[in-house]
Design a protein around this ligand. Structure first.
Ligand code: ZN
Ligand code: ZN
Length: 363
């Protein structure tokens, strides 16, 4: 059972440091993280000694089941969320209230200020996200599960790949296999890019057939119950130019180099630089146009980021992707993405899809 109480207590410390008496958590993922409630449309008011979820009648039963130890403020259809928030804040007699700047609209915060003229609204940014960077053992167990599901789904799709399948059909098949292996769904709509489409990092799968080129790039993940995974591999499906293997091995070398640099205390931008140097030295610096990796968990892109200008250090419990790429517009693209846990004394590669060039070739 995830320790939601411990998470809330950690947040209380951060709220105190931000000089607020309480925080209104409006990000649904953050509410889930702090309470275990998996629905949406609900906020959490966390005070120094209390926790109240504000929701509406659709969710009463689910809330009572998923977070029985939390007070509820259930509003009827005659009341807005804003009024409900104002009501509980007044009742708690708060002099100050932190709000999540990156999750409320300007309109909401202005209206809240009008409704609560005596309450000092403190703008905070990323307090819960900061806690979510470090995964606890329950989160790690589910991330491992999300990776296993994604890997099994990919193995089936790869083994059954046919020249007449379109990119979209491959993406649909990944979705189906993820569900068959016990996942909720894919972590995001998979990227399946045949040939030159693999050079578009955020391509949406369309009607191009596998047989129309010599390779396909697949970027996919699974959602276990709540937590996600994120992987990328290429599959060589036909007679490829020699350049593909050359480029692939540069990306693989860059990825291994960066993974090798992951340990507690390593500076995030240095890990990015480790991969970037290998690619730049090989003459493809300009063709690696994105950052190296990102945290993930409840969302597919979370803090931290392995990127230029990220001066913070890695800490045990962080989980990041490492995904260097080389994209040759109009020709092909190669990206290799794995999921890495920062451990006490180094790192653990959580994903295990074989990735030597020969492993990618099915032609
Ligand atoms: Zn990805
Ligand atoms: Zn990614």
């Amino acid at each position: 059972m995830p320790n939601h109480k411990q998470r809330r207590d950690k947040l209380r410390r951060l709220v105190r440091e931000a000089e607020a008496e309480a925080i209104l958590v409006t990000s649904y993922d953050n509410v889930t993280y702090l309470t275990g409630f998996t629905g949406d449309s609900s906020y959490l008011l966390l005070t120094c000694d209390g926790q109240i979820v504000l929701s509406d009648r659709r969710y009463t039963t689910q809330l009572e089941t998923e977070c029985p130890n939390i007070d509820l403020e259930i509003r009827g259809p005659e009341m807005t969320m804003l009024d409900s928030v104002a009501k509980v804040v007044r009742k708690a007699k708060l002099g100050s209230l932190a709000i999540e700047a990156s999750n409320v609209t300007l309109e909401f915060s202005q209206k809240l200020a009008e409704k609560l003229p005596k309450v000092n609204l403190v703008t905070t940014s990323g307090l819960v996200e900061q806690l979510r960077e470090i995964k606890d053992k329950d989160e790690l167990a589910e991330i491992r599960e999300a990776i296993t599901i994604a890997e099994r789904a990919f193995a089936v799709v790869k083994a059954g790949l046919r020249p007449e399948q379109t990119e979209k059909q491959v993406a649909d098949e990944l979705e189906r296999q993820v569900r068959l292996f016990g996942g909720e769904c894919t972590a995001f709509w998979p990227i399946v890019g045949v040939g030159p489409n693999g050079a578009l990092p955020h391509y949406r799968p369309g009607g191009v057939k596998i047989g129309e080129s010599f390779m396909v790039l697949v970027d996919w993940g699974a959602k276990a119950k709540l937590y996600l995974s994120d992987l990328t591999r290429i599959i060589v499906t036909g007679k490829a130019p020699a350049k593909l293997e050359r480029v692939y091995n540069v990306v693989l070398k860059a990825q291994k180099k960066a993974i090798g640099a992951i340990r507690p205390g390593a500076i995030m931008e240095d890990v990015d630089a480790a991969a970037r140097k290998v690619i730049t030295d090989a003459g493809f610096g300009k063709q690696f146009g994105h950052s190296l990796g990102h945290g993930f968990g409840l969302q597919i892109h979370e803090q931290p980021r392995l990127a230029v200008n990220q001066k913070r250090t890695l800490e045990p419990g962080m989980v990041v992707t490492v995904e260097p790429g080389i994209y040759l517009p109009g020709t092909f693209g190669v990206r290799i993405e794995d999921d890495i846990l920062v451990t006490k004394d180094g790192h653990e590669v959580l994903s295990h899809v074989p990735k030597e060039y020969a492993d990618c070739v099915i032609a």
